[in-house]
Design a protein around this ligand. Structure first.
Ligand code: ZN
Length: 248
């Protein structure tokens, strides 16, 4: 790996008691077989998001939107955490990572062992009823006819993921901001942070004097936001950080 040097200084910071927070995106899960929705061959190549992933579309024609959601579910529910997810969990167990803010809906951080996870865009592993608010586990509902019906009121359920046109949950925003305020270093992993409001988190961290380390396959973050870049597959670079920090 070319850029191991930044890992040494980062590991030293964590060993000296510096606290990290992670912000993760689609690149975190590509090694788990979940293609970036925005990439070529991603789900938005097959389904126009405005037609299939907007809350207005769901409200007006949920049966149609569930064609896309069924595809999405089969990708998400079959995926397993990778070495990158497990590395962030190891940092948390070692007391070096305060928590993960993720833009992913796949639940793979929790599956990989992380306990403090802020799901900015909700979860694809839970279904929610828009009429009565009941929630259900997506895996246990998979055998039901599509679209799945609420066990309480028989309305069509929606994945508890944020669709276009829906707001980020206030609780997720509050918890994400608290992590940004508390961290000494932000690990931006597998995301270009183009999408608001995740985009502002590294900026906010920088403004309050935290370091920002970018872990990506290639440089994505604008230079003013970044202290150091660690480029390469996250399934390699994050375990290298764990080893360097002695967090195994
Ligand atoms: Zn209901």
């Amino acid at each position: 790996m070319e850029s191991i040097a930044p890992l040494e200084s980062l590991a030293s910071l964590l060993q000296a008691g510096g606290k990290a927070a992670a912000l993760t995106g689609a690149g975190m899960s590509t090694e788990s077989g979940i293609p970036d929705f925005r990439s070529a061959g991603g789900i938005w190549d097959q389904f126009d998001p405005m037609e299939y992933a907007h809350i207005a579309a769901f409200r007006s024609d949920p049966e149609k939107v569930w064609q896309m959601l069924t595809e999405l579910e089969s990708i998400v529910l079959q995926a397993r955490p990778n070495d990158g997810h497990r590395a962030l969990a190891a940092l948390e167990r070692a007391g070096m990572l305060l928590g993960v803010i993720t833009q992913n809906i796949d639940g793979l951080h929790q599956a990989g062992g992380s306990t403090t996870v802020v799901e900015f865009h909700g979860s694809g592993r839970t279904l929610v009823c828009l009429r009565c608010g009941a929630r259900a586990d997506a895996v246990s509902m998979r055998q039901q006819p599509r679209p799945p019906r609420c066990p309480s009121c028989q309305s069509i359920m929606k994945p508890d993921a944020v669709l276009f046109g829906e707001d980020i949950g206030a609780d997720a925003l509050r918890r994400a901001n608290a992590l940004v305020e508390a961290c000494d270093v932000m690990l931006v992993c597998g995301t270009s942070t183009e999408v608001w409001p995740a985009a502002q988190l590294p900026q906010r961290a920088r403004q309050r004097g935290a370091l920002v380390y970018e872990f990506n396959l290639e440089a994505c973050l604008p230079a003013p936001c970044v202290s150091e870049r660690v480029l390469g597959p996250l399934g390699v670079t994050l375990p290298a950080l764990v080893a360097e920090a002695g967090a195994t």
